[in-house]
Design a protein around this ligand. Structure first.
Ligand SMILES: Cc1cc2nc3c(=O)[nH]c(=O)nc-3n(C[C@H](O)[C@H](O)[C@H](O)COP(=O)(O)O)c2cc1C
Length: 190
């Protein structure tokens, strides 16, 4: 594979992951910086990938700490690893928050299953539960979660691609323009 093919295959894996729950990059690590300047990381489900624009979308509860963190500091790293291909993708870029009621949040909500919608209907993420309440009591119906449902849209500015092999690991770096064009690529000593 040449550099352009490596980049294309990385983004094709991300597009597959957004459609296929079994795919290696389905669960990715969204890493942000909190208000105290400390690193934060959490797993999220990759919901949409758009190679042309270099966008990745994830869904979250707007009452969660990450939403506040990202509203103050949009710089994010997304880290993924596929165990079957042994490829690590480390993408750096910025996020845009699509609040409840925005076009993107409305569209994404309309495509969610009732089961997933219900996960937004409980109390705020991070709130303490009582000892006899290890699973939150969901008071409202599935529609009530819509008021807390947001989409985090991440635009990649660069990709650090790493393939773990027995003897000869490979690594490459890619940079993207604001419009998503590949503007620089190079092999890197792993
Ligand atoms: C496999 C997996 C997938 C997850 N997917 C999501 C997700 O898509 N969106 C989300 O907000 N939280 C998701 N979570 C929960 C987050 O990792 C995190 O615990 C929660 O969102 C609170 O994060 P925060 O306190 O940094 O805001 C997932 C957790 C796991 C283990």
């Amino acid at each position: 594979m040449n550099l352009e093919e490596v980049d294309a295959s990385a983004w094709s894996s991300l597009e597959s992951a957004a459609k296929d729950p079994q795919s290696g990059f389905r669960f990715i690590n969204l890493c942000s910086v909190d208000v105290a300047g400390r690193p934060q990381a959490r797993m999220v489900v990759l919901r949409r990938a758009d190679t042309a624009a270099r966008l990745l979308d994830v869904h979250t509860d707007t009452r969660s700490p990450k939403w506040l963190e990202l509203s103050r500091n949009p710089f994010v790293t997304i880290l993924g690893f596929c165990a079957s291909t042994r490829i690590q993708l480390r993408l750096a870029g910025t996020t845009r928050l699509h609040s409840p009621g925005s076009d993107l949040a409305e569209k994404a909500w309309s495509e969610l299953s009732a089961w997933t919608r219900r996960t937004y209907a409980g109390g705020p993420p991070g709130d303490e539960l009582s000892d006899d309440e290890t699973v939150p009591v969901v008071a409202g119906d599935e529609a009530s979660g819509k008021a807390f449902f947001g989409v985090v849209s991440f635009r990649a500015e660069s990709l650090d691609w790493f393939e773990l092999r027995r003897a000869d690991n490979r690594r490459a770096g890619f940079e993207y323009s604001h419009l998503g064009a590949l503007v620089a690529s190079r092999w890197i000593n792993p």
